[in-house]
Write a protein that binds this ligand. Structure first.
Ligand SMILES: Nc1ncnc2c1ncn2[C@@H]1O[C@H](COP(=O)(O)OP(=O)(O)O)[C@@H](O)[C@H]1O
Ligand SMILES: [Mg+2]
Length: 231
């Protein structure tokens, strides 16, 4: 059976010569919840960007649901990305649109009928507990609420994979737990989740698969791992 995600001998060298990823192999199965940990500059964001085809590898093969990401044609990339939900540390909501429109945006692009949009948007907002905020603008929300909206936006297309890059990086510990608990719910509903994080408390608490990156190499891959390697 094909894996949800496969990195085969992947190297990424940036134009300045930095090798952010070195001959890396990684396999993630459908339905997994994976923490990507490692110090700043280790290569976590590079791995995620390669997965959503923001970057192309210098060498190697990357597959998502059996699709060779490197071989995607330019015009296929937007369709490919719709199968993924992306979550960022800084939320990246559209500042001049309401909560409803932020979540609906991805569905409008693919010309979904209005009734269907409404149903899906409200289901997503309900899941993150912010059904009452449809008319609010992002600036009227707390950081935690903005991140919940970005989660609603990420799941509205029912993606196979959620990629979250330090989603709790700007949040206090309690709010961080709320966000990660939502990611767990999303995972249980069927999306594979990959979350890059520095948050030791969360990783230690959840005991999920931990992939540790250092200097562009995977130095640990542990089921039910903690933030740091225990002997
Ligand atoms: N656009 C870029 N151009 C050049 N070097 C980069 C670029 N993006 C990241 N790097 C370098 O690649 C390495 C890995 O970065 P990154 O993947 O962002 O790490 P992390 O997310 O783990 O902090 C670092 O040395 C970083 O400085
Ligand atoms: Mg990063």
């Amino acid at each position: 059976m094909t894996s949800m995600i496969e990195f085969i001998s992947v190297t990424k060298r940036y134009p300045n010569g930095v090798e952010a990823l070195k001959n890396t192999n990684l396999r993630i199965e459908k339905g997994e919840f994976v923490f990507l940990v490692g110090s700043s500059g280790a290569g976590k964001t590079t791995i995620l960007k390669l997965l959503y085809r923001e970057l192309l590898p210098t060498k190697g093969t990357i597959k998502v649901s059996g699709r060779d990401v490197v071989k995607l044609k330019k015009r296929e990339v937007p369709f490919f990305r719709r199968k993924m939900g992306l979550v960022f540390q800084d939320y990246r909501l559209l500042a001049d649109r309401t909560v409803y429109e932020n979540v609906a945006f991805a569905l409008r692009v693919i010309e979904t009928p209005n009734r269907e949009i409404k149903k899906r948007v409200m289901e997503s907002l309900d899941l993150v507990g912010l059904k009452e905020k449809t008319k609010a603008l992002p600036t009227e929300l707390s950081g935690g609420e903005q991140q919940r909206i970005s989660l609603a936006r990420a799941i509205v297309n029912q993606p196979a994979v959620i990629l979250a890059d330090e989603p709790t990086g700007n949040l206090d510990p309690d709010t961080s737990i709320d966000i990660v608990n939502l990611l767990r719910v999303i995972n249980l509903r069927g999306s594979t989740v990959i979350m890059a994080t520095h948050d030791q408390e969360i990783v230690d608490r959840l005991r999920k698969r931990v992939v540790e990156v250092e200097g562009g190499s995977i130095i640990r891959d542990q089921l039910k791992g903690g933030y740091r390697h225990e002997a």
